[in-house]
Design a protein around this ligand. Structure first.
Ligand code: GLN
Ligand code: ZN
Length: 803
């Protein structure tokens, strides 16, 4: 950068949804994958969506428009392609074939790994970088998007994943030496970014956004040094656009002084999840209490989870503990005051106060969202069905863009050091912009949980009572809950919602489907059956629909990965269970067989993790309310004669705070919530839990502390890490390490199931090993399920010595 940097316009967003307001991209992708349309068709849908987005943002009055936030699959994958980091095994065909092979696999090649994007429910493709990866710039995507927008008369700011985050989130290529880390290739990758910045400058691009969310998590001195190297080097380029480094999902912490000392022109701060540097923490952040409820003492495991090493800070020069004013002086600060992670309207007064505090420190302030709007639905106007009282409190992507624009105008009109709440803040009589819900009802605050919900007998006592009562063989065979969801059922559910099918007819269909699943399991010889969950559209939405305090949307889709979206329910008020939810189905299923049928519930942490959650009371209190609702359901199931009850917590790891120092407190209350939900069960009732996507081996102590009698867990895809002797340690309860991956249509052989079981039997006694798939069977066909379960049963019987 030679001349003075261009001024950053007063308002922007870090990114915008891309799946399409009516999931147009999903449809276009799936039709292309099925061979029903061409790649050109897919591209023209993409182009149309991008154009609509830019016009929309421009129409809403946004100052600076981003480009490059669109993706046909994922932004990390796009970055790998941009850098030419395509592993050889995916090459050979067209570039789009390589792209989708990395994303979804192809004939004979498995896809790249996919994992969660920080603490969101978005999943990215994990690039593979090795010592020999050759990097080569392919700037097609950023350049063509800049040009596309120009054809509409609009200038944009290309958004790219920054080099440090890209490498930190990548994995070492297979065969790389053990000591190799992708970050070792930083110098080579920076060469490609330099070339790209020069091309963008030649194109006349003024600003580029480099996303570095990895900097809000604990970083070692070596990694911080990489940040310094990166931005000194990119900042030192002669011909380049102005650089805007965006952080989000938390505070930059130690990375802030490092970044601020480099020549980058703008820094983006998440002032919703984080706080204004040097200020009292908590501005803009939701209250977050960490105290445990007095009664739910954890069993004697002192250090939860205790395995992640603390980052070393040695290699860095001393940094000021409270980055002061000088730090951001001369920089543009892109202040993320409108949350990109929730659906609530912004508290305008509070946001303005935050902006004024930032303006005291920074050269120039730009109003923005806290992160990309990728994580929220498009437009509240697409939800005519919402209760007006709830609706008044909500803002989806377009409403948030409008808030950003409005705040920028307010900020411009507010003189320095003006008292907050002065004449430029909204006039009295305007609707309140806070997300305040009514006072929580007394009986649902944590202190009022009935005593009996918190205490169970010791595991050994329960195990004996259950063995006596259930009389299961060693290596009992079970499944995780769902059976294939047939098209007929989905259609029936749609017809029910549309009023074209009456409830009685729908119930008959569900009952018939339950009977089919039970009959199949009996015929195949499973030991603990399930009802198959045919009545559920989704394991969280189903409960949200039956609990007070939740609203569900008709079109509030949020991208989860690729073409997959979810519609997170909106938890806006106090959660109560007006009446039993699952009991009639469980009761029906149990009436069809003498074998035990598991009652099937979703746990409080998972229900909250996969919803948009009110932020006016601490998250912990919300989770406890849900726990109490599920606790009542557990007791009603038990009273109805259901003696095995599974409470799923696949998202236990997901809500974990990004910073190590906050994690123990979270795990403590998350475990306490689970125990509130389950500890009302008597000794004879066997409580199961199920986890997946959890890196369970890293939180085994917490899983143990859940105190479930049996834990079924994802294991096949993660290479059975859970069964490492060191990981499994002194895990004391029943464990079902999933013996095959249900995400693939492949049917596991009896032999490979036996191999998996023998690995479990090396570290656990036979009476505590369960035989089950990795996860629910919802996405499989009945043929695949029948073949796989047949082999599961014969492997178990063979190892028991029955055959
Ligand atoms: N019981 C659920 C099912 O089988 C669990 C799903 C999950 O873990 N994601 O579908
Ligand atoms: Zn699962």
């Amino acid at each position: 950068m030679t001349a003075r940097p261009p001024t950053f316009p007063a308002s922007t967003v870090l990114g915008y949804p891309r799946i399409g307001p009516h999931r147009e991209l999903k449809r276009a992708l799936e039709s292309y994958w099925d061979g029903r349309s061409t790649y050109q068709d897919l591209q023209s849908t993409g182009r149309r969506l991008r154009e609509e987005t830019w016009r929309r943002l421009d129409g809403l009055g946004l100052g600076a428009l981003p480009s490059g936030t669109f993706s046909l699959y994922d932004q990390m994958l796009d970055t790998a392609v941009l850098l030419g980091a395509v592993p050889d095994r995916y090459r050979g065909g067209t570039s789009e074939e390589a792209y989708f092979a990395m994303a979804r696999g192809a004939e004979g090649v498995a896809p790249l790994r996919m994992t969660k994007w920080f603490d969101t429910n978005y999943h990215y493709i994990v690039p593979e970088i090795g010592p020999d990866t050759s990097f080569r710039l392919d700037a097609t995507k950023p350049l063509s998007e800049v040009r596309e927008a120009r054809e509409l008369g609009l200038e944009t700011r290309p958004v790219l994943v920054g080099p440090v985050t890209f490498l930190l989130l990548s994995q070492a290529a297979p065969g790389a030496p053990a000591e190799f880390a992708p970050l070792d290739r930083l110098a080579d990758v920076l060469g490609v970014y330099e070339e790209l910045l020069q091309e963008l400058a030649a194109e006349g691009v003024e600003w580029v956004q480099l996303d570095e969310p990895a900097l809000v998590t604990d970083r070692t001195g070596v990694q911080l040094a990489a940040v310094r190297t990166t931005y000194e080097r990119l900042g030192g380029l002669a011909d380049r656009p102005a650089l805007f480094v965006a952080s989000y999902f938390g505070d930059l912490g130690d990375a802030l002084p490092v970044l601020a000392a480099t020549p980058v022109e703008a820094i983006g701060l998440d002032l919703v999840a984080g706080s204004v540097p040097g200020s009292v923490p908590g501005i803009g952040a939701a209250a977050d209490e960490t105290a445990l409820p007095g009664k739910a003492a954890l069993p004697g495991k002192a250090a939860l989870p205790g395995k992640a090493a603390l980052p070393g800070k040695a290699a860095l020069p001393e940094t000021t503990a409270r980055p002061g004013k000088a730090l951001l002086a001369g920089k543009t600060v892109v202040a993320g005051v409108v949350s990109g992670r929730d659906v609530w309207r912004t508290d305008q007064e509070r946001a303005l106060a935050t902006l004024l505090a930032v303006r005291e420190q920074a050269g120039h302030v730009v109003v923005s969202t806290s992160c990309s709007l990728l994580h929220v639905p498009y437009d509240l106007d697409l939800e005519p069905g919402l209760d007006p009282d709830v609706r008044r409190r909500l803002a989806f992507a377009d409403q948030k863009v409008a808030e950003v624009v409005e705040l920028a105008a307010l900020l411009a009109a507010t003189p320095n050091a003006a008292p907050v709440g002065g004449p430029t803040t909204p006039a009295a009589g305007q609707p309140a912009k806070t997300n305040a819900a009514p006072e929580p009802a007394k009986e649902h605050t944590p202190e009022h949980t009935p005593e009996h919900m918190l205490v169970r007998s010791p595991y050994a006592v329960r195990a004996a009572a259950q063995a006596e009562h259930l009389r299961l063989p060693p290596l009992p065979v079970t499944t995780i809950g769902s059976f294939p969801q047939t098209g007929e059922l989905r259609e029936a559910r749609a017809a029910l919602a549309a009023g074209e099918l009456d409830e009685a007819a729908y119930d008959d269909l569900v009952r018939a489907e339950i009977a089919r699943a039970v009959a199949l399991q009996e015929r195949l010889g499973l030991d603990v059956l399930v009802h198959g969950e045919p009545e559920r559209n989704d394991m969280v939405q189903y409960f949200a629909e039956h609990l007070d305090g939740f609203a569900v949307t008709g079109n509030g889709w949020v991208q989860s990965y690729g073409s997959r979206c979810t519609r997170p329910p909106i938890l806006y008020g106090d959660v109560r269970r007006p009446e039993p939810i699952t009991v009639r189905w469980a009761h029906h299923a149990q009436s069809l067989t003498d074998k035990p049928v598991k009652g099937m519930l979703t746990g409080p942490v998972t229900i909250v993790a996969w919803s948009f959650v009110r932020d006016d009371i601490p998250l912990r209190d919300v989770v406890f309310q849900v726990a109490d609702a599920i606790g009542y359901e557990v007791r009603d199931l038990e009273a109805a004669g259901v003696t095995v009850i599974q409470v799923d917590e696949p998202a236990l790891r997901e809500l974990m705070p990004l910073r190590r120092e906050d994690q123990d407190a979270y795990l403590e209350w998350a475990v306490a919530a689970y125990r509130r939900a389950t500890s009302g069960a008597g000794d004879r009732t066997q409580i199961h839990t199920h986890l997946c996507y959890s890196d369970a081996d890293q939180i085994l102590d917490a899983i143990d502390a859940l105190d479930a009698d049996v834990t079924t867990i994802e294991s096949a895809r993660s290479g059975a890490r859970i069964l490492d002797e060191e990981a499994i340690g002194d895990f004391e309860r029943g464990l079902g390490p999933g013996v095959y991956d249900i995400h693939s249509p492949r049917v596991p052989s009896t032999w490979e199931i036996e191999v998996a079981l023998k690995a479990a039997l090396r570290v656990l006694p036979a009476d505590r090993v369960w035989v089950n798939p990795d996860c629910g069977l919802k996405t499989r066909t009945y043929d695949q399920v029948e073949a796989a379960l047949t082999n599961l049963v014969s492997a178990a019987r063979h190892l028991r010595g029955d055959q």
